[in-house]
Design a binder for this molecule. Structure first.
Ligand code: FMN
Length: 179
């Protein structure tokens, strides 16, 4: 049996944190300033025709209303190279978010992060009510992928993917190092 939900947001957060996800940076130049919102609610596989992706944005976000003004939004899936910068990128301090991160700005003002496994250039298709969040559906206008490994958000911490093959390589490396 499951435990009935009784308005315990902390417990709910702890349970939800057991769901592993990728992390995406939604970014664009807004009023001359590079602006970014980090979301672990990002999801692909919504629709292929037309190509749609989505994320959920807190109603309290002060960054989303800025990004929502942009004609196009760059989505960069964070990669392992972003491990040391991801917390700052998602911090409250808007002025330091891009510190230590190389970016590329498209003609339409979408901002992309170097080191990302995936770039998607998107426009806003629709925004839907979802409790204390809004579900933002984005239409994919263009894409590019790179051989970078993604960053994973799990149990309120950043981690990386470990495949059995990678474990084996790591194991071999360790054995070699011990010789
Ligand atoms: C790993 C991680 C995942 C996050 N995922 C989301 C998300 O899916 N939706 C959201 O609105 N905020 C998310 N946040 C919070 C925002 O990235 C950001 O910290 C917050 O919106 C900052 O407040 P502001 O929007 O007022 O600038 C996440 C933060 C972290 C560290």
């Amino acid at each position: 049996m499951t435990t009935p939900y009784v308005d315990d947001v902390q417990a709910l957060r702890r349970v939800f944190s057991g769901f592993p996800s990728g992390v995406a940076a939604l970014a664009a130049v807004v009023d001359g300033d590079p602006t970014v919102l980090v979301v672990s609610s990002f999801s692909v596989g919504v629709s292929q025709d037309p190509p749609l992706v989505l994320c959920a944005v807190q109603r309290s976000s002060t960054t989303w209303p800025l990004l929502a003004k942009a004609p196009a939004i760059g989505v960069s899936v964070l990669g392992e190279d972003h491990t040391g910068n991801a917390r700052r990128l998602a911090s409250r301090d808007k002025d330091t978010r891009f510190e230590g991160i190389d970016t590329l700005v498209s003609d339409s003002g979408s901002v992309f992060l170097h080191g990302a496994p995936i770039w998607l250039d998107c426009s806003i298709e629709g925004v839907h009510d979802a409790g204390d969040h809004e579900i933002v559906v984005l239409r994919v206008l263009g894409f590019r992928d790179f051989p970078h490994r993604p960053l994973i958000w799990h149990r309120s911490a950043f981690t990386t993917l470990h495949s059995a093959a990678q474990e084996e390589v790591n194991g071999l490396d360790r054995v070699k190092g011990e010789r």
